[in-house]
Ligand binder design. Structure first.
Ligand code: PLP
Length: 404
């Protein structure tokens, strides 16, 4: 039998710590402490992996916080609470993948509703809009460009959501979150932002007026390319209720181990993001000066057409950069084959640097016509800058570019 007074003493210490943690604390402090106080039963400083499907009830009348892990699990709760605080939102909800999180956020719509989305969005988002939502009776129109006017031109009386990814994937164009929020608020439209590329360390859309933030936690939040996950954060009670009900009913929840891995990733998010950014900036400048490169798309450099908007709505520029090669597809194929540190792979946001051809890989499933509409040309190369040494990465790219 455990000593109950010991448990109560630990619980008392935990409660004191919970009360001491406030949203006015700095990002990195919240990432480590919020929702992650020592375990009341044992004092363990790391949130335990509650690998259980169900929880015993004290009596028939009891209404415990946790009773079945599809509906709620303490490891998931710790993650959800931390995600909410980092995005400066009231409610966080964790999902089994980024696309599961997106699908859940879209459940606030009903047949007959209409979505306006950016054109340069993640291919999987496009697949959800076209293959899941459209047959269900929800149509999506795609803005001709990322300008606010481009989105407004697509609004119809039945538009209920504007969906943006900023910066976009793979062209790294920006949508003006504040300007769009002013428009959606006026017209009772939900503004949803996929914040995967920036992470809450560099961009917090809810603070700029968005209603819903979505993440693929597979990327920067997990940060180590070892977990698939997703998240939705909102401060709107009605939206939260609808998405939470869907989470419990449809059940695309992450298991406790996966939640734990994302929680561990979050603890180092700040230092990882700063390092991804510093190296990305170094490489962007190096590549801008390279004769084989026709364009460098990175919001952190002055030549980016929306550099000023980037400075006004983001506190940093992230670790994703896209280049175009003068030699077109043959040059791209040679570059992808020649890098030694950059791994040819589809994902992003991990500690290791990745290289990809958007036209052949992440958007390869789209028709040539759709890729043309998106300006996703064959000469593009997308780089996810990892945490290796910046000079080593620069040398890897320069050596590989010498082969094309
Ligand atoms: C911007 C963005 N959003 C969402 C997703 C989907 O995330 P997941 O693969 O975790 O389902 C991805 C995946 O690449 C992405 O890049």
């Amino acid at each position: 039998m455990r000593d109950e007074s010991g448990i109560l003493a630990t619980l008392g210490t935990v409660l004191k710590r919970i009360n001491a943690i406030t949203s006015s604390m700095h990002f990195e402090t919240l990432a480590i402490h919020d929702g992650q106080t020592p375990d009341p039963a044992t004092g363990a400083v790391t949130v335990p992996v509650y690998q259980t499907s169900t929880f015993g009830r004290e009596s028939l009348e009891s209404r415990p916080e946790f009773f079945y892990s599809r509906i709620g699990n303490p490891t998931r709760s710790a993650l959800e609470s931390t995600l909410a605080l980092l995005e400066n939102g009231k409610h966080g909800l964790a999902f089994a993948s980024g696309v599961a999180a997106m699908t859940a956020a879209l459940q606030v719509l009903k047949p007959g509703d209409h979505i306006v989305a950016g054109r340069d969005i993640y291919g999987g988002s496009y697949r959800i809009f076209e293959h899941l939502m459209r047959p269900w009776g929800v149509e999506t129109s795609y803005a001709a460009d990322e300008s606010t006017e481009g989105y407004v031109a697509c609004i119809r009386p039945e538009t209920r959501m504007i969906w943006i990814e900023t910066p976009s994937n793979p062209l790294l164009q920006l949508a003006d979150i504040r300007a769009l929020a002013a428009i959606t608020r006026e017209r009772n439209i939900v503004l949803a932002v996929d914040n995967t590329f920036m992470s809450p360390y560099f961009q917090r859309p809810l603070e700029l007026g968005a209603d819903i933030v979505v993440h693929s936690t597979t990327k920067y939040l997990g940060g180590h390319s070892d977990v698939i996950g997703g998240a939705v954060v909102t401060s709107d009670e009605a939206l939260h209720r609808a998405i939470r009900n869907y989470q419990g009913a449809a059940g695309a929840i992450p298991g406790p181990w996966d939640c734990w891995l994302v929680l561990r990733g979050l603890k180092t998010l700040k230092i990882r993001m700063k390092e991804h950014e510093a190296t990305a900036l170094h490489l962007a400048r190096l590549l801008e000066a390279h004769p084989a490169v026709s364009r460098v798309l990175y919001p952190g450099i002055e030549s980016h057409p929306q550099h000023e908007l980037a400075r006004s709505q983001m506190s940093g520029f992230g670790g994703m950069l896209t280049i175009a090669l003068k030699g077109g597809l043959p040059a791209v194929e040679k570059l992808l084959a020649a890098t030694k540190l950059f791994i040819l792979a589809d994902s992003l946001g991990g500690v290791e640097s990745l290289i990809a051809s958007p036209a052949k890989m992440t958007l390869g499933h789209l028709s040539t016509e759709e890729r043309r509409r998106r300006n996703c040309t064959d000469d593009l190369v997308r780089l996810s800058i990892g945490l290796e040494n910046a000079e080593d990465l620069g040398r890897d790219l320069t050596n590989a570019l010498a082969t094309i």
